[in-house]
Write a protein that binds this ligand. Sequence first.
Ligand SMILES: *Cc1c(COP(=O)(O)O)cnc(C)c1O
Length: 371
Amino acid sequence: MSPNESQVQARQALKNLKPYSPGKPTWEVQQELGIEKVVKLASNENPLGASPKAVEALLAYLPEIHRYPDAATKGLNEAIAAQLNLQSDQLIVTNGADELIKLVAEAYLDKGDEIVIPHPTFSEYEFGGHLMGATPVLVSFDDQFRYDVDRLLAAVTERTKIVYLCSPNNPTGTYLPKADLQRLLDRLPKRVLVMFDAAYSHYASAEDYSDGLEYVRQGYPVIVLQTFSKIYGLAGIRVGFGAASPDIIRTILQVKEPFNVNALAQAAATAAITDTEHVQKSRKVNEEGREQLYEAFRRLGLKFTESMSNFILLELGPDAGNLYQRLMAQGVIVRYGTGWGLPEHIRVTVGTREENEFLIECLESLLVQQA
Ligand SMILES: *Cc1c(COP(=O)(O)O)cnc(C)c1O
C-alpha cells in the first residue's frame, strides 16, 4: 500500500456503486479533437435553451444572492401547485430530480429491501438503492422495449419497497399506457411505493399517456418526479421536484438538507413553470425534429424505437461503438448504449432542425464509407 492510500474503510455498499457516465461536454470534445463545430445531442437538453422568462428572473435576482435561499421553497411550491392543480404540501423541490431519487432511497430503503426497476432505464434508481444496501431486481422490457406489467408484478415480493417506472423511459423513449399503469397500481400492495419518473412527460404526445399526477391526486402511494432540466431548459442550474401525498412528502422532507435548492434555481424555476409559450414551442420543435430524424433513419435503413420523448434509440449493429466514436470525431456527441447493456445502440437527443441535419449528414457519410 502506498503511503498516501487511506486505510480507513468505506461502507460495504459503496462497492456496488457504478459511477454515472454523463454525456461529454461540448468544450471537452472541442479541446480534445481541436474542432470548432460540435453539436451535443447526448444529454436530452432543450436545444432552444432556457425559458427566456427564467433567464430574466435569474438576472433580476442576482443582487440578492448574499441571502440564504428559502429553505421551504414556498414561492416555487405555490407556483407549481397552481400550475398542476395540487396543494403545496404535496410537493418537495430538490437540487435536480437526481437528488429526489437519492432522498427517496434514503427515506424509505433499509438494507435487504428490494426495489423493482425496469431494464434498461435511468441509472440513478439503482444507484440510490445500492447506496442504501437495497437489492435491485431488474425487469426487462419486451423485445420492442415496451413495459410488461405482468413481468413487473411477478417481480414483487414481501421485501419489495419501491417500484420505479420511467415514462417515457430513458433511453428507450417508450411509455407505459394509462390502462397498464392503472392495472399495475391496482394490483400492487399498498405498502409498495411507486416512483413514477415523468422527466419527459411534456414530450409525450400519445393520447393514452399519463404523467402519473392523477394518481397522486387520487391518493395512490405514488411519487411523481419532474425536472426543470429538460423541456424548461434549466439543466445547468439543478432543480426538480416530486409530487406525492402529504405524508410521503413529510417523510422525504426529513432527510432533505435545509438549503438544498439554491436561490437562483428557485427564481428561475418559478418563472419557467408559468412559461407555457416556451414549453409549447419546445414541444413543437421536438415533434418536428422526431419526424425529421425518423424519416432520415428510414431512408438510411436504420432501425429505431419510436419515441414519446426528446431522444431516439437507434440500432446501429455490431459497429455501433465505432460509429459512436467516429461521429464524435466529426463533432456530433451522442450517447453510446453500452452503459445500458445496449452495445449495438446509440441514443440521440432531438436537436434543432440544423443540428439534426448535421447528425444525419455525418451519419450518412459514415455509413456510406462503411458499405
Ligand atoms: C434527466 C433525467 C432526470 C433528472 O434530471 P435532473 O437534471 O437531475 O433534474 C430524471 N430522470 C430521468 C429519466 C432523466 O432523464
